[in-house]
Write a protein that binds this ligand. Structure first.
Ligand SMILES: C[S@@+](CC[C@H](N)C(=O)[O-])C[C@H]1O[C@@H](n2cnc3c(N)ncnc32)[C@H](O)[C@@H]1O
Length: 277
């Protein structure tokens, strides 16, 4: 499997290091090394607009792990993680397979740098399985119709759909609510959606400036209100405690909270988990 991706790399990957990419800016803000000058410049401009810009990625990563833990504890043993990001261990399969080694995960991202790191996502426990698809969240048929999905997941059984910190890269013109509906339509009853999304509710001007930094470089970033984010869960049963600023979502399931705890405005990301009836 790893060899296959190595071949893909030489043939297809153009990292476009001249412009910032969300996965690499996020990696830089998390303290990673898989980023280039254009990414660091965008991150620093973002930090000027909002000096707390490192807090959302950190809290988001912690939420991802708690949400996966929660789903695994509900018996979910297959995951579709779209907008995976550059691997930052523990990744989804580490958490899920730590609870059930037979867990199976398909990772999806449209950034070539994530493809370049796919090997780190394919270190499955031998009892389970992981795979990676280089695809765009908007190409639902490509994702659900892929051999990676058909060979790794059983779509007749519940799946945990993870859309963590990715929907704010989809503008309203691409109707992200419809994208979520169509993805869920391909999954059976008992599946779950775990989602997180940046909000401008607390610091609208600062986040508008951050979004503008991205926009000027050709990258869509759209922060949304709590009400707009809640719409993603229409028709689903939100599990307690509902849609929350991340640290308030089941803190007991994760690592100890950061000290001092960040304010809601510093975090500015909502997250929630819901079950498809
Ligand atoms: C902020 S990172 C989040 C990574 C990870 N989900 C997490 O929460 O730690 C967003 C990721 O979404 C990916 N992404 C953005 N737009 C996408 C799209 N249209 N289709 C697939 N992936 C996308 C980016 O390449 C990046 O890796």
């Amino acid at each position: 499997m790893a060899e296959q991706y190595e071949l893909d790399l030489s043939a297809r990957v153009d990292l476009r290091t001249d412009r910032p990419h969300p996965a690499r800016v996020y990696d830089y803000l998390l303290g990673g090394k898989d980023n280039f000058a254009a990414d660091r410049e965008a991150a620093h401009k973002g930090l000027q607009a909002n000096p707390d810009s490192r807090i959302p990625p950190r809290e988001n990563r912690m939420f991802l792990r708690r949400a996966v833990r929660f789903l695994a504890e509900q018996g979910i043993d297959q995951f579709l993680d779209i907008g995976t990001g550059i691997p930052s261990a523990p990744n989804v399969h580490h958490v899920a397979q730590g609870i059930n080694p037979r867990s199976r995960i398909v990772y999806v991202d449209n950034d070539p740098i994530v493809l370049a790191h796919a090997r780190a996502l394919l270190t499955s426990h031998p009892d389970g399985r992981t795979d990676f698809i280089d695809a765009d969240l908007r190409d639902i048929d490509t994702i659900l119709g892929s051999t990676a999905v058909s060979e790794t997941l059983d779509l007749d059984r519940p799946v945990g759909l993870l859309l963590i910190a990715v929907l704010h890269f989809i503008g309203d013109e691409n109707d992200p609510w419809d994208i979520v509906d169509r993805l869920l339509a391909g999954l059976p009853s008992g599946s779950y959606l775990a989602l997180s999304h940046l909000t401008g509710d607390f610091r609208p001007e600062a986040w508008e400036q951050v979004a503008e930094v991205y926009r000027r470089q050709g990258v869509t970033m759209k922060v949304r209100s709590k009400q707009q984010i809640e719409r993603f869960f229409t028709g689903l049963d939100l599990v307690d405690p509902g849609l929350q600023i991340l640290p308030a979502w089941r803190p007991d399931l994760g690592e100890p909270a950061a000290q001092p705890p960040p304010s809601d405005a510093q975090v500015s990301v909502y997250g929630g988990v819901a079950r498809k009836p």
